[in-house]
Design a protein around this ligand. Sequence first.
Ligand SMILES: [Cu+2]
Length: 152
Amino acid sequence: MKRLAVAVAVLAIVVTACGESAGTTENPRRLEIDAKEFAFSPSGIDITPGETIEFIVTNSGAVAHEFVVTNQVEIDEHLEAGHAMGHGDEDMANMDEMDGMEGMAAREVQIEPGETKSLTITFDGTSDLARFVCLIEGHYEAGMEGDFNFEG
Ligand SMILES: [Cu+2]
């Protein structure tokens, strides 16, 4: 009976070490992503609501890329703002007033070619952060986008 208890304890340690459990703020789940022209790999990632993920993003391409954890509303706002650029200070003022732009800054990293950067995000269960993209001009349109799939 004692031997069985030891076996169960060892098994529990092995399962934890394999990273099968959801990430926490103290112990985020590490997840590697590759970015290049013009795609992320993987482009679909399963998330357990409430978990914390440390994204380790490597730019294996030839130009700079971004990794932005976001939602479709922010993406559409960004694309509209980009297209409205060049019309003077008025548009810049409007940009500052946009909801969510400030929060977005904490959810993005810029990565130069050959560089690896990490970004830690907690998916708090009520968040609508279901998309990840590169927002450098033209990259999203070319295919630098992916989806988070929330399980359970
Ligand atoms: Cu890019």
